[in-house]
Design a protein around this ligand. Structure first.
Ligand code: KG4
Ligand code: ZN
Length: 336
């Protein structure tokens, strides 16, 4: 089965072709980062308009690169939510219409299911069942994954998502959008022990998270050390970044170990933009190996939004007979 995947839920236009026999045939991504940089965050209307401009040329590019004709395809998968409504509509309308025109089935994919299954595109994929830590700009969730579509939420953030906290802390340190990777790079030059940031909600049982307090703590620390231009000196900024990152990573590691223990499983999957964080990966690997558990994550480029994870998740959904009718529906909020 060969499936075209389309991702347009936020600020990346992603297209890929996945073949259930040969694996991922090709993929392409257009990032809108430069478009939104001046605004310090994603502007929904600009995002939708740019998806409209970029999507079909990207589809043509991936089809050509993989030598795929429409008649070679068995289905089209598109992200139907959660995400920005206008952005989702672009991918959903285009994907559904292409499938209609090509007379093949279409399937609506949950963006977070795409992230969750992304590690399965790697050479050594995890096997069901496992615990997944989904950490992106919009979500921080621990999910018990028993099989395809058989998910149970174990815990989630009660306020900001981990990626959102990274982005907001980065803004306080005057780093450009998207701040997460930039803050992580700055943290490499810092001393994480100079400041002690809280580890929210780790002193009580449960698997929920809260990151908004860390944001406030960061702001207070920045203000306490600010010079005339409103920012601390370079080294202090790096030390704050390092302490912030260590607090987020520590918190995530503590909850992941708890979730693994509670589930009795020996496999943890991490996915979503923040799973690209080097410190998070290293700390999870060393901590979980003490519990006899293994950690799986996608390759770097498939941690953040991409079409490959949607093509893959769509192929599994189509295989079990799922498909959407011609009325295009998107779900900006869509619990998994
Ligand atoms: O999954 P994703 O591309 O989009 C959403 O579905 O939200 O995740 C984007 C998020 C952003 O908040 C970004 O700052 C964060 O992932 N991120 C990182 C790193 N790379 C991306 N956060 C921390 N460290 C990184 N290396
Ligand atoms: Zn995402």
């Amino acid at each position: 089965m060969r499936v075209l995947g389309i991702e347009t839920s936020c600020d990346e236009t992603g297209v890929a072709i996945y073949d259930s026999e040969s694996g991922l045939l090709g993929h392409a991504l257009f990032s809108q980062v430069d478009l939104h940089a001046d605004y310090g965050g994603v502007v929904p209307e600009l995002a939708s308009r740019d998806h409209v401009r970029k999507l079909l040329p990207l589809v043509r590019q991936v089809m050509a690169k993989t030598n795929t004709k429409p008649s070679d395809l068995d289905g089209v998968a598109y992200t139907a939510g959660p995400g920005l409504v206008g952005a989702l509509m672009v991918g959903a309308c285009a994907g559904r219409s292409l499938a209609y025109g090509w007379d093949i089935p279409a399937v609506a994919v949950h963006h977070m299911e795409g992230h969750l299954l992304a590690p399965m595109l790697e050479d050594n994929p995890p096997a069901f069942p496992f615990v997944a830590l989904l950490v992106s700009g919009g979500h921080t969730q621990l999910v018990e994954v028993r099989g395809l579509g058989d998910y149970e939420l174990m815990g989630e953030s009660l306020d900001d998502a981990a990626g959102e906290a990274f982005d907001k802390a980065a803004k306080m340190l005057d780093l450009d959008y998207p701040g997460g990777p930039r803050l992580a790079a700055l943290a490499e030059k810092g001393d994480p022990k100079r400041f002690t940031f809280p580890r929210p909600m780790t002193d009580r049982p449960g698997l929920d998270f809260s990151f908004s307090g860390l944001k406030t703590f960061t702001l207070t620390t920045v203000r306490q050390h600010a010079l005339e231009d409103g920012l601390p000196d370079e080294q202090t900024c790096a030390d704050i970044a390092a302490a912030f990152q260590e607090a987020v990573v520590d918190t995530l590691v503590i909850k992941c170990r708890r979730a693994i223990k509670a589930s009795g499983y020996k496999t943890l999957v991490i996915a979503g933009g923040v799973s690209a964080n080097k410190q998070l990966r290293e700390r999870l690997e060393t901590s979980l190996s003490k519990d006899g558990a293994s950690v799986y994550y996608p390759r770097h480029e498939f941690c953040t939004d991409n079409g490959a994870m949607i093509a893959y998740a769509g192929s599994l959904r189509l295989k079990v007979g799922e498909q959407t009718d011609l009325a295009v529906n998107v779900r900006p909020r869509w619990p998994m």
